[in-house]
Design a protein around this ligand. Structure first.
Ligand code: GFB
Length: 314
């Protein structure tokens, strides 16, 4: 592992996936980096098509690339749309990483996800646990695609000396999140459910699963800050976990959301829905040792996410 400083000053920096929650947070964070942020218009650059990516990168010539573009979703979306989660994500990452090599991109950061680790990995999960056991069935498709992206970066580093690095963020939430109840992750779904129940004066709200699984949550702006930190300070073959450092049960998460929203009813558990991975707390020793730490705690983060929901989605 080496920490080769890389300056973004004066560079053209492409945020692939700039309209998504993470991409938008990266654009916000890069605004203070004295670089030129590039964003590819979604209607004219289909990232699943190699020719479109090649044309875009040949014309825009980015020096650095954040690969935050992906088909993403919660446990139900992953479990019910395997073809899209596997094939579209493989296409997007292959097109961008291969073309970054072909166009001599100086540095690339690929964003993975904590669901790539084995279902029963030792907790907290160290980066070396990758491929040490069977995957969680509900998101194995997305996980295989993301694992391939990590391996692709390692292959280009090994064979062509490319400075392509990977990071593994934990479950993210915040402004710009997907609040659609079918395809979203747990936290935005809990915000919508608590809000609707509170407004309707309902006595209860329904959660999926048993409420017993544990999840680590990181506010998306902390993740963006960590990504920029790694782009500037890390160069190595190994991937780096990005997380908060501890986790809560889904029931505890729902309690925090209910407090923020002002919902005072009961939780009903729909155990016909899957729990997914029992736990996936990341070991963040590596990034902490480099000097990065998150800033936005769960209560403050849920409050910010709820305000964004009220201002932009309700
Ligand atoms: O966030 P989530 O959808 O995905 O679900 P994962 C987390 C936990 O929250 C599961 C429970 O145990 C769900 O059963 N849950 C309770 C709910 N109520 C709800 C609800 O209304 N909606 C949702 N969505 N969940 C994802 C992967 O796994 O982690 C993604 O599928 C990605 O690919 C992401 O890697 C980081 O945390 O289980």
């Amino acid at each position: 592992m080496s920490n080769t400083p890389y300056s973004l000053a004066g560079k053209r920096v492409w945020v692939a996936g700039h309209r998504g929650m993470v991409g938008a947070a990266l654009v916000r964070r890069l605004a203070v980096e004295n670089c030129e942020v590039l964003t590819a218009p979604r209607d004219s650059v289909d990232l699943t098509r190699q020719d479109a990516v090649e044309r875009w990168m040949a014309a825009s010539k980015p020096h650095a690339v954040f690969v935050a573009a992906a088909v993403v979703g919660g446990i139900h979306a992953n479990d019910s749309r395997p073809v899209e989660f596997l094939t579209n994500n493989l296409q997007i990452e292959t097109n961008i990483i291969a073309t970054a090599h072909a166009t001599n991109v100086e540095k690339l950061l690929f964003l993975g996800s904590s669901c790539i680790y084995p279902r029963m990995a030792t907790q907290p999960i160290n980066e070396d646990e990758l491929l040490s056991g069977p995957l969680e069935p509900t998101n194995q498709w997305y996980a295989v695609a993301k694992i391939a992206g990590v391996k692709m970066c390692q292959a280009y580093r090994r064979e062509h000396g490319r400075d392509f690095i990977s990071c593994m963020p934990t479950n993210l939430y915040g402004s710009g999140d997907n609040f659609d109840l079918v395809s979203s992750h747990v936290l935005p779904a809990l915000i919508v459910k608590a809000h609707r129940a509170q407004v309707a004066g309902d006595k209860s709200m329904t959660l999926w699963g048993t409420g017993k699984p544990r999840r680590e949550l990181l506010y998306v702006d902390d993740c963006a800050d960590a990504c920029v930190f790694l782009m500037k300070n890390y160069s190595g073959d190994g991937m780096i976990n990005i997380g908060w450092g501890d986790d809560v049960t889904i029931a505890e998460l729902a309690t925090t959301v209910a407090e923020v929203v002002g919902f005072t009813g009961q939780f009903i558990y729909d155990t016909s829905k899957p729990d997914g991975t029992p736990r996936k707390l990341l070991d963040t020793t590596r990034i902490n040792a480099m000097g990065w730490r998150p800033k936005i705690g769960l209560k403050a983060g849920v409050d910010m996410a709820y305000r964004w929901f009220l201002d932009n989605v309700r």
